[in-house]
Design a protein around this ligand. Structure first.
Ligand SMILES: O=C(O)CCC(=O)C(=O)O
Ligand SMILES: [Fe+2]
Length: 280
């Protein structure tokens, strides 16, 4: 399914200069320099007061928001990729709960490997481990949600109140990185909802380009408020787990949710059939 991109400027993914292998559509022409995501993250995190941020994360019951995290050159590459991937958007509409678009990790792997590289950055994972205080693993290859782009491009695009429930045997942490923010959308959240000893604490943030939100998916109740007319918001989600095991029936539920609410059946299920390589 493709997005009508009337009001969105698209980068020209012209493959003219590629002789043998198709150049990823969402990355610069051969010869142009891509930033090194791992080095950029290492440089940024070295400047942060990580001890204080770890204390904030704990006080907020496994939640942290930073308005400014990524190096500007990394954010710029994410913005270019997000715009170039607009034709790949899968749109979903779940009455009363969700309306918007998504691009899965499988499409990102083919067309924007820079994002996959950022997801696996040792500097990034190491810093997130410092924040949450436990060992983090990347999500399995079959998980279309391991890294994904969310698009809010039409009036009313939103996602209602929910948790990022872990279907894994361990915990599931969500990292949201702001990419494009030309909207009135807000990430509203409530802290401590699963802790009867502490009163709920509401909050609301705008996910500005290069900013981050990091949380334990089962602890943070959150939503994205509806986009207005002619607005655009794109965020990048990274999912890390503490134990990648998953019981088969939970895998089925997780796949159904991803197919219906996010990426479509082609992206989610064709990947699971050996020998089948879906179109992105
Ligand atoms: O768009 C976002 O930044 C987050 C969306 C979200 O919470 C979700 O898809 O689970
Ligand atoms: Fe969520």
């Amino acid at each position: 399914m493709s997005e009508q991109a009337n009001d969105i400027t698209l980068d020209d993914p012209s493959p003219a200069s590629v002789p043998s292998r198709q150049r990823p559509a969402a990355e610069p022409a051969a010869g142009a320099m891509l930033p090194n995501p791992d080095a950029c993250v290492a440089e940024r995190t070295a400047r942060l007061d990580s001890k204080q941020l770890r204390a904030d994360f704990v006080r907020q019951d496994a939640f942290l928001h930073l308005e400014d995290f990524l190096a500007p050159e990394v954010t710029a590459q994410l913005v270019a990729s997000a715009r170039a991937l607009v034709p790949q958007i899968n749109r979903n509409y779940l009455p009363g709960h969700k309306q918007g678009g998504s691009v899965s990790r499988h499409t990102i792997d083919e067309l924007a490997p820079f994002i996959a590289e950022l997801y696996r950055s040792k500097a990034l994972i190491g810093w997130l481990e410092q924040m949450c205080g436990e060992k983090l693993l990347v999500s399995p290859d079959s998980d279309p949600h391991a890294y994904a782009l969310y698009y809010y491009t039409r009036q009313g695009d939103h996602i209602g109140w929910h948790y990022d429930t872990s279907y894994y045997d361990g915990r599931r942490y969500t990292l949201l990185l702001g990419v494009i923010e030309e909207s009135s959308c807000r990430l509203d959240y409530e802290l401590h909802t699963r802790n009867a000893q502490v009163p709920d604490e509401p909050g609301s943030v705008q996910t500005t380009p290069g900013g981050l939100v990091f949380f334990d998916g089962d602890k943070l109740r959150h939503r994205i408020t509806p986009a207005g007319a002619n607005e655009m918001r794109v965020s990048l989600t990274f999912e890390y787990v503490t134990d990648p095991g998953m019981r088969p029936w939970l895998r089925f539920i997780s796949n159904m949710k991803d197919a219906v609410a996010y990426f479509g059946f082609r992206q989610v299920f064709k990947r699971l059939v050996p020998g089948q390589k879906p179109r992105s």
